[in-house]
Design a binder for this molecule. Structure first.
Ligand SMILES: [Ca+2]
Ligand SMILES: [Ca+2]
Ligand SMILES: [Ca+2]
Length: 185
């Protein structure tokens, strides 16, 4: 899969296509996020959209041992409004989401609510729904997770950050500051 991604990315660079418009092929959202001291921190993030399904591919610097060693939260600001959803002004919350207001979160990994799509309900995550796709294996350095676009309100553009946590208490943000914006074809 890495080889295919590399070819796709090279073709995009050669054609000068740098816009983050997500369609059928994988489009890079974050590339070469800093290699932190722990093993399986985030390296690259890609997205694609087709047949009503929005999917994310997350690649880490090194493999995790089991899928229960790590937790990924894909935070989606679907109205691109930082005043709605979970934002940094939420009191007593255990983590921040940079400068976005996350209306939905895809949770994958060791958390009890994991492998689900969550909706922000004023002061907490709830309304858990199943994911449309999930490929996450032990001893791997990549995962794919996806949701039905209609389950997140069918937005035309999204602000995103991804937060990863390890069982050992390490955290990684991608991107580390701010967010990534992408349009959906
Ligand atoms: Ca590392
Ligand atoms: Ca929002
Ligand atoms: Ca990072």
């Amino acid at each position: 899969m890495k080889k295919i991604i590399l070819i796709l990315f090279t073709l995009m660079m050669l054609s000068g296509c740098r816009e983050r418009t997500v369609g059928i092929g994988w489009v890079p959202l974050v590339l070469n996020d800093e290699n932190d001291r722990w093993e399986s921190d985030i390296k690259d993030v890609y997205a694609r959209f087709g047949d009503g399904v929005l999917e994310f591919l997350i690649i880490t610097h090194e493999e995790w041992q089991t899928a229960d060693d790590v937790e990924f939260g894909v935070f989606l600001d679907t109205d691109r409004d930082s005043t709605t959803g979970l934002n940094s002004s939420q009191p007593n919350w255990s983590y921040t989401v940079n400068d976005i207001g996350a209306d939905y979160a895809i949770s994958v990994g060791f958390e009890s609510a994991s492998d689900s799509l969550l909706t922000w309900l004023d002061d907490r995550w709830g309304n858990s729904q199943g994911l449309e796709s999930l490929v996450m294996e032990d001893a791997s350095d990549s995962l794919i997770c996806g949701v039905l676009i209609e389950d997140i309100g069918s937005p035309s553009a999204i602000d995103l950050i991804i937060i990863e946590a390890s069982k050992d208490g390490e955290f990684d943000y991608a991107p580390d500051n701010g967010h990534v914006t992408f349009e959906i074809e």
